[in-house]
Ligand binder design. Structure first.
Ligand code: ATP
Ligand code: MG
Length: 413
């Protein structure tokens, strides 16, 4: 679990704000959810025989003896919240949320035990139009931020019935190569053979490659749904490859699944992943409800943005106010507030803790400020202030206090 220090935080905040702006422009609303849910919720939604539920959850008993789990992902909580609050009752919802998720994984570059996700869900839409919108919306993020090293993979998992016959074919195939399977896969063979396709074990790749593919087992309606999605993506100019082995690590998916992957970040290549989960609401005790969503790992998003040469707008101060001599500090404080009142968004840093002229100028330099504003006793008497350019050549000038805001507004533009 990482501390996200100020410099990294400013990149997080910047990218999050860009993404929030984009999803808002598509009409998605924010929902804020608890970090803890009943363990049962994740077992039932994600599925018992998955990496997350088998070995990645932080689960504990509370003082009342109830089993609770730190959320490993957002969809289950989103659906639980929608059901608890009647949000899916005869209405559609387009929602987003973001925050920390927790998984007991082996920490490494791009894989952490507390990580951040940005999560979008659309509930009550059948698609494939919404499937396309969600993908187009994610494509816009890369485009707007100049991220080029990313590719889209899509697949369809069909209906649960179609998947059942695919499951039989997989069991037959994997049984025939059982002596080459690893321990995890043998355990999953009977219960959840689809999970074997999601294996991260390099030694399993050749066997997985040769397995039957879902697209050959797709039911007709899902096939139509899938080609509808492809047509909309084609029309929107979003390029993709169909990856018939993309199954995703959670049990609740049906029909559309997709993943944005990059090879710019080493082995942790999945940046943004999602899919349709039409059966989940019902599985959790609600009515039959269609749903689809995606989740993006913010750490990987940040790393990819940086790998593509992305920069973050500076968080440096605009002006640094130095106060020297008796009575100047009070006036300087008032001035700082006046500037914040009049110039929208200006970053004003006050010199705190006194100090000589030299040490105050040193701090002004370190703040990154464009200008140091120097208020000494003489300036106070004359009703003016010294304006010293810190980043460009040019002389210090004296500006009347009542003209300062207007002058700075001009200079900082
Ligand atoms: P992976 O295959 O890398 O384990 P996943 O399929 O488990 O990913 P999802 O459950 O789909 O991931 O989560 C959505 C996104 O969250 C991923 O695409 C990834 O960007 C990010 N993510 C998942 N697990 C972690 C983690 N432990 N640390 C950082 N980011 C993560
Ligand atoms: Mg995982």
């Amino acid at each position: 679990m990482n501390d996200i220090l100020p410099e990294a935080s400013s990149t997080f905040r910047y990218l999050e704000s860009v993404v929030q702006g984009i999803v808002a422009s598509y009409g998605y609303s924010e929902i804020r959810l608890p970090l803890l849910e009943h363990t049962e919720l994740f077992k039932r939604s994600i599925g018992e025989v998955t990496d997350i539920v088998e070995k990645e959850m932080y689960t504990f008993l509370d003082r009342n003896g109830e089993s609770l789990t730190l959320r490993p992902e957002a969809t289950a909580g989103m659906v639980r919240a929608g059901m608890t609050n009647g949000l899916f009752h005869n209405q559609k919802q387009k929602l987003w949320t973001s925050g920390p998720m927790f998984r007991y994984e082996k920490p490494q570059q791009g894989r952490y035990r507390q990580f951040y996700q940005f999560d979008v869900e659309a509930i009550g839409y059948e698609g494939p139009d919404i499937d396309a919108e969600l993908i187009i919306m994610s494509a816009r993020m890369w485009q707007q931020l100049g991220i080029s090293k990313i590719e889209l993979e899509i697949n369809s998992l069909g209906t649960p019935e179609a998947r059942a016959s695919y499951r039989d074919a997989l069991i037959e195939y994997f049984t025939s190569v059982k002596n080459q399977l690893d321990e995890d896969s043998i355990r999953r063979l009977e219960q959840n053979p689809l999970r074997i396709l999601d294996s991260k074990n390099p030694g399993m790749q050749a066997i997985v490659e040769a397995a039957p593919v879902m697209l050959d087992y797709l039911d007709e309606e899902s096939a139509t749904h899938f080609s509808g999605l492809r047509a909309l993506l084609d029309a929107a100019g979003v390029t993709y490859t169909v990856n018939p082995r993309l199954v995703r690590g959670l049990d609740y998916y049906s029909r559309t699944v997709f993943e944005w992957v990059t090879d710019a970040l080493g082995s942790q290549g999945a940046v943004c992943s999602g899919g349709r989960y039409d059966g989940l609401v019902q599985k959790l005790g609600g009515r039959e409800t269609t749903a689809i969503g995606w989740a993006m790992g913010i750490e990987r998003f940040v790393a990819l943005y940086e790998a593509c040469g992305g920069e973050v707008p500076t968080s440096d101060a605009d002006v640094y106010i130095a106060a020297l001599g008796s009575g100047t500090l009070e006036r300087a404080f008032r001035l700082a507030e006046e500037l914040r009142d009049t110039i929208s968004g200006i970053k004003v840093e006050m010199n705190l803790g006194g100090g000589s002229f030299k040490s105050q100028m040193k701090r002004a330099d370190k703040s990154g400020a464009e200008f140091a504003l120097i208020l000494g006793e003489q300036e106070l008497t004359d009703g003016c202030i010294g304006v010293k350019p810190m980043r460009s050549a040019g002389e210090q000038t004296n500006v009347a206090l009542e003209e300062l805001a207007a002058t700075l507004e001009q200079k900082l533009r």
